[in-house]
Design a binder for this molecule. Structure first.
Ligand code: HEM
Length: 499
């Protein structure tokens, strides 16, 4: 036999071996008597066809009346998909102590920025969450309010100039520039100006963050130990270097010049003042390394700019399609602002309840993050069944599908902010709206996100009218390989008229 024949035979034997192992793994749910979705080699239940990640495993809901949980496979790894809201509540809230981890990919050695709050687990997550939660108290939000308003004024100016030249505006880039500047200012204390300069360095690296292949994300998520052995990164090296260097320079500058802005960077500096190297001194905790601090700042940047801009983009899209709802929002905004002598204040924004309902309806229909993820840290017997979610198993909570369940939200594709009137909300299960997650690991930046979204939308709707144009996709078509929900091609054009 020549070398080529030997190599071909070896490949065939290897593929057959892997195939048989996968086949054996695919019996996991059947053996345990759990309803499951039929997997295909080698992706398991990851669909071959191009659909957005949010829509994976929707077929699980055909078993809704029969079981609280359905089994699926990510490649060959069994994953539990709970479909009953009571079980979801138990996992996220009541029995959180069994599900406090996400099991996301962390590789502190090769990829230091991966060690951020969203990815961390166990005691390390708890320590970081406890230290950083004070950034988002309502007091801190009031303090940052004026910074966001300053950015929105620049935003208003940029848009006014833009539409003088071209009234059909690509709103994704514009809104991402707005949220980049907000987070840059509030989290890093840096005067970002991506609104004036679309190639500003923060915007440049913001765009680079999502330039990691989705396959790499799936791979490191499904096989974290192998990925660590292969020294794989989830964050690009140039992006990591930029953020670590920015955080180092900002902290050095502030400490040397005694500058305080009462923002996220100050909090990071304060945390380390009260800490020591070991964390063993009385009343002290372990110091965060430069990389730890950069990882948290990086997360706030990544978690903050794309989720909030996507919310504003889809809200404007729906308002362009539903001019009556747009007018109702505008009337509320003008009414409240008149009461506050035209000033956009923290209190004024809180009074705009219909605008708030409109944002919630946007988050229902277009939740930026389509799944919540938890990992069982001990064996968990599913209440009222014989099923056990085994220690180490990942649990995917399909929130996008829940938000589109016709039994919870009749006619779910219709955009209707009245679904979020206080009476209607009161009559629904608390887990029927999960855009910010729930339980102790819910979105820590929720208050901030709501604040910047409300400020952005209020200013836009007060000053401009939004309409669809020829380039607007109706119905919406989504980008497939992206973690955060986005229109196809990551572009959305709307016609914008000055009022
Ligand atoms: C509309 C905007 C936003 C949406 C829809 C959103 C949504 C979410 C969701 C669904 C989670 C997972 C929650 C869970 O697993 O239960 C999450 C986690 C998180 N979000 Fe947000 N988010 C938004 C904006 C922000 C902003 C502005 C920040 C920070 C400035 C932020 C910081 C975080 C962090 C740090 C976590 C991880 C929390 C933890 O694991 O303890 N998010 N977000």
């Amino acid at each position: 036999m020549d070398c080529l024949s030997i190599a071909c035979s070896a490949v065939i034997v290897l593929i057959t071996f892997v195939y048989l192992i996968f086949k054996w793994k695919y019996s996991y749910w059947k053996v345990r008597g759990v309803q499951y979705l039929e997997p295909s080699f080698p992706l398991g239940n990851i669909p071959f066809k191009k659909i957005h990640f949010s829509k994976y495993f929707v077929d699980a809901f055909k078993y809704k009346q029969q079981t609280p949980l359905v089994g699926v496979y990510l490649f060959a790894v069994p994953v539990a998909v709970p479909i009953s809201l009571d079980l979801i509540q138990s996992i996220l809230v009541k029995d959180f102590s069994s599900f406090h981890d996400r099991g996301a990919y962390v590789n502190e050695v090769d990829d230091p920025l991966s060690a951020h709050m969203f990815n961390l687990d166990g005691e390390k997550w708890k320590a970081v969450r406890t230290k950083l939660s004070p950034t988002f108290t309502s007091g801190k939000m009031k303090f940052m309010f004026s910074t966001v308003v300053e950015v929105v004024e620049r935003f208003n100016y940029t848009l006014a100039n833009l539409i003088k030249v071209e009234p059909e505006v690509e709103v994704i880039d514009l809104l991402e520039r707005f949220t980049t500047d907000v987070i840059g200012s509030c989290a890093f204390g840096i005067e970002c100006n991506s609104l004036e300069d679309p190639n500003f360095i923060f915007r440049y690296y913001g765009r680079k963050v999502s330039e990691v292949s989705p396959f790499r994300h799936l791979f490191v998520g499904a096989f974290p130990n192998l990925a660590r052995r292969l020294h794989m990164r989830a964050v690009r090296k140039d992006v990591a270097d930029f953020f670590i260097e920015t955080v180092r320079k900002t902290i050095d500058y502030r400490v040397k010049n005694h500058i305080r802005r009462n923002d996220f960077m100050d909090l990071l500096i304060d945390i380390n003042k009260d800490s020591d190297e070991s964390g063993e001194g009385a009343g002290t905790s372990k110091k965060l390394s430069l990389e730890d601090m950069a990882a948290q700042a990086f997360l706030f940047f990544v978690a903050g700019f794309e989720t909030s801009s996507a919310t504003m983009v889809f809200c404007l899209y729906e308002l362009a399609l539903n001019s009556d709802i747009q007018e109702k929002c505008r009337q509320e905004i003008n009414g409240v602002l008149t009461k506050y002598n035209g000033n956009l204040t923290y209190e004024a924004i809180k009074e705009m309840t219909y605008v708030d309902q409109t944002i919630k309806e946007t988050l229902r229909q277009y939740p930026p993050i389509g799944f919540l993820i938890r990992k069982a840290v001990r064996d968990y017997p599913v209440p009222d069944t014989k099923v056990v979610i085994k220690k180490g198993m990942e649990v995917f909570i399909p929130l996008h599908r829940i938000h589109h369940d016709p039994e919870i939200y009749p006619n779910p594709e219709k955009f209707d902010p009245d679904r979020f009137s206080p009476e209607k909300v009161k009559n629904r299960h608390t887990e029927s709206f999960l855009a910010f997650g729930d339980g102790p690991r819910h979105c820590v930046g929720q208050r901030f996100a709501k604040m910047q979204t409300r400020i952005g939308l209020t200013t836009l709707l007060k000053n401009y009218r939004f309409k669809t144009c020829e380039k607007t996709p109706v119905p919406m078509v989504f980008e497939t390989f992206r973690g955060i929900i986005s229109p196809k091609g990551s572009k959305l054009f709307l016609k914008v008229e000055r009022i």
